[in-house]
Design a protein around this ligand. Structure first.
Ligand SMILES: [Fe+2]
Length: 317
């Protein structure tokens, strides 16, 4: 099954054409998709009309990882997570923020998935079933290109540094790479208790990694949940993380996907950061996501007594 790709933006991403998503893929097609994914960082497919097609496509890119949040899964399928906002049923549920003066459900700042655990999943595959009528975009930025845009002196300074991450349930308390006017609209004790039910011990990740397939360096900073540079004076660490996060989340280099029904995007979580624009509080949106298993091998708990495996596997981020 020959495939063709066209760039999604000057900076990142490829759109795939010529693929029949209702059929199984032969090995040559699967390899062509993998090659395109590694080359593009993210891949967009149109016309993925069923959960079966979504799962079949997801398995082209690796083994699926089950979710530790079974309450979010579809019909108890451990690999298919439902992400939706329904004003009729969901109003008042989930985090709500005011961002740049607009109220949003489902907003998330720039991050790679699971930065607050030692094992970083390889990627995720998101299928849009009901796009938002307003907003709802997902943003993507390439960490390889961000590294290459850094001045050489700064590259040399940060190459061997490590960053401590700790899950921060209060989104507006994440200081790095976030809009300065972000306001958490859900501060009642019940909402805060719901967010604080997650208990993740602090972890450490390198600030720069080598992307395994391309051999290129990645600015591997996830601004959301980043706390400090390991072993660095607090003021210096704070200044450096602000500088690097501002550099990384420069939206001039981002691709923002405006979703259509049955779109699928797969992202390489070892290379790309992403963000969610969220939706106005009266706008519906429904998507489903699979997660690609993987361990890039560099993360660890800050406290070595915690061991290597994540104590809690996954939450939606
Ligand atoms: Fe995410």
């Amino acid at each position: 099954m020959p495939i063709a790709t066209i760039p999604l933006s000057p900076y990142i991403g490829l759109e795939v054409h010529g693929l029949d998503l209702e059929r199984d893929f032969d090995e040559a097609t699967r390899q062509a998709l993998l090659d395109a994914w590694i080359r593009g960082g993210i891949l967009l497919f149109r016309g993925c009309r069923s959960a079966e097609a979504h799962l079949r496509l997801s398995r082209c890119f690796g083994q699926l990882e089950s979710s530790a949040t079974p309450d979010l899964n579809v019909d108890d399928n451990p690999y298919l997570m439902e992400l939706k906002y329904d004003p009729e049923k969901g109003k008042g549920k989930g985090p709500m923020m005011r961002v740049n003066g607009a109220e949003r459900a489902g907003w998330l700042g720039w991050h790679w998935d699971q930065s607050f655990t030692p094992v970083i999943v390889r990627g995720a595959v998101l299928r849009m079933i009901e796009p938002a009528a307003i907003a709802g975009e997902t943003g993507f930025i390439d960490g390889i290109a961000a590294w290459q845009r850094l001045p050489v002196q700064l590259q040399e300074r940060i190459e061997n540094l490590e960053v401590v991450y700790h899950f921060t349930p209060e989104m507006d308390k994440n200081p790095y790479g976030f809009p300065p006017d972000l306001v958490n609209l859900k501060t009642d004790p019940e909402s805060m208790a719901e967010l604080r039910k997650y208990d993740f011990p602090p972890v450490v990740h390198p600030l720069v990694i080598i992307h395994p397939e391309t051999g290129r360096k990645v600015l591997k900073l996830s601004p959301m949940h980043a706390k400090h540079v390991l072993g660095m004076d607090a003021a210096q660490s704070d200044a450096l993380l602000h500088q690097l996060a501002d550099h990384l989340v420069d939206e001039r280099y981002a691709y923002f996907h405006k979703w259509r029904e049955d779109d699928v995007i797969v992202w390489d979580n070892w290379r790309v950061i992403h963000s969610a624009a969220g939706v106005p509080l009266d706008v519906r949106r429904r998507a489903q996501r699979t997660t690609l298993r993987g361990d890039y091998g560099h993360g660890r708990y800050l406290d070595p007594a915690q061991g290597r495996e994540p104590r809690t596997a996954t939450i939606v981020d």
